[in-house]
Write a protein that binds this ligand. Structure first.
Ligand SMILES: [Zn+2]
Length: 349
């Protein structure tokens, strides 16, 4: 079968190639791939900056934002042939740490977790893949191709859970949220903010096109420019850019008692805005919390499935801005100006 594979930490090694059918030891559920979303992590792996192959191998099957159709549910699952499923990405570490021991592998303490398509387990960019029944999330069939948005939605679902958990440390009635970055994560964060009845604002660099339109279609307010131009102090900031300047501005702009949730990962960059002591004076004197959030556990996958099942299909469809064939996977990984979520499509939904 065809698969998109890469030798992690070796740039320019990604290729579409023929590999053996998935090993039954990878899971008793056999799935035909429909589509796989691409994100910055895939780009980093292809550029040789991230990723680990399975033990004893040199190449990794790429892809962690899956959607597929059950071909054979196997002997021990409640799934049926034809069900649409998405594979959970992370597996608990083998020790396990206390978090993994209770199924909260997203909070893994020792870093020995594994991840499909990223860290030591083959991903989903192959014509067929296998998954353990417990790690196959069935989605609402009416979502069709939109089910490929489930994985990014889980990331945002967890981030919101973190924000609300932190906020509840005191009496707190949030009314406003600012989302920085109108990519898939930012737009899905805005969607969940609206579902909670919040006054949602989204900030991005672009001044026109589908991002402002999608924000307005949610009933949210779009801003371009800097956080200082937004003109109010948000109770919550969901930071989705990973850009140092935006992170510093978020810490300065958030309201007293507010929560800044960091979901984007960057590195380095010019030291701008706040130095570390300034961060302390901003955060201490106003009881603010800066919380990082990554990945998701089964609880978030379940909730994210409900979010998508109830979301407006036409709005979700506008997030999928480009579909590429497996042969054109390199084009899928090259960012174009109007891209929101690009998917590699293996079969019709
Ligand atoms: Zn762990």
């Amino acid at each position: 079968m065809k698969a998109i594979t890469v030798e992690p930490h070796e740039p320019e090694t990604a290729r579409l190639e023929d590999i053996p059918e998935p090993d039954p030891r990878a899971g008793s559920v056999l799935v035909e791939a429909i589509a796989v979303g691409v994100c910055g992590t895939d780009v980093e792996i292809v550029e040789g900056k991230y990723g680990w192959p399975p033990r004893g191998k040199t190449r990794l099957v790429l892809g962690h934002e899956s959607l597929g159709r059950v071909v054979d549910p196997g002997p021990s699952s409640t799934l049926r042939q034809g069900d649409l499923v998405v594979g959970i990405v992370r597996r608990p570490d083998p020790v396990p740490c206390p978090a993994c021991a209770v199924g909260e592998w997203d909070m893994c303490r020792n870093g020995q977790y594994t991840e499909r398509g990223i860290k030591e387990i083959d991903g989903f960019m192959s014509e067929r893949w296998r998954v353990e029944p417990d790690y196959a999330m069935k989605i609402d069939r009416s979502l069709g191709l939109l089910g490929v948005l489930l994985e990014p939605t889980t990331v945002v679902t967890k981030a919101w859970e973190q924000i609300l958990a932190v906020g509840q440390r005191a009496f707190w009635v949030p009314e406003t949220v600012l989302v920085t970055g109108a990519g898939p994560i930012g737009l899905l964060a805005a969607l969940i903010g609206k579902l909670q009845g919040l006054d949602v604002h989204v900030l991005d660099r672009v001044e026109s096109g589908s991002k402002p339109e999608l924000v307005r279609a949610l009933g949210a307010t779009y801003h371009s420019g800097t956080i200082a131009d937004v003109g109010f102090q948000p109770d919550v900031i969901v930071e989705c850019t990973g850009v140092g300047q935006v992170i510093g501005d978020s810490v300065k702009a958030v309201a007293a008692g507010g929560v800044v949730c960091l979901t984007g990962v960057g590195s380095g960059g010019r030291t701008v805005g706040l130095n570390t002591a300034d961060v302390a004076s901003n955060v201490v004197l106003r009881n603010n919390v800066v919380v990082g959030s990554v990945n998701a556990n089964r609880r978030h996958w379940y909730r994210a499935g409900r979010v998508l099942a109830h979301a407006d299909r036409a709005w979700l469809a506008r997030l999928l801005t480009r579909r590429e064939s497996p042969e054109a996977f390199m084009r899928a990984l090259q960012r174009q100006p109007d891209d929101i979520k690009v998917v590699i499509q293996f079969a019709e939904a």
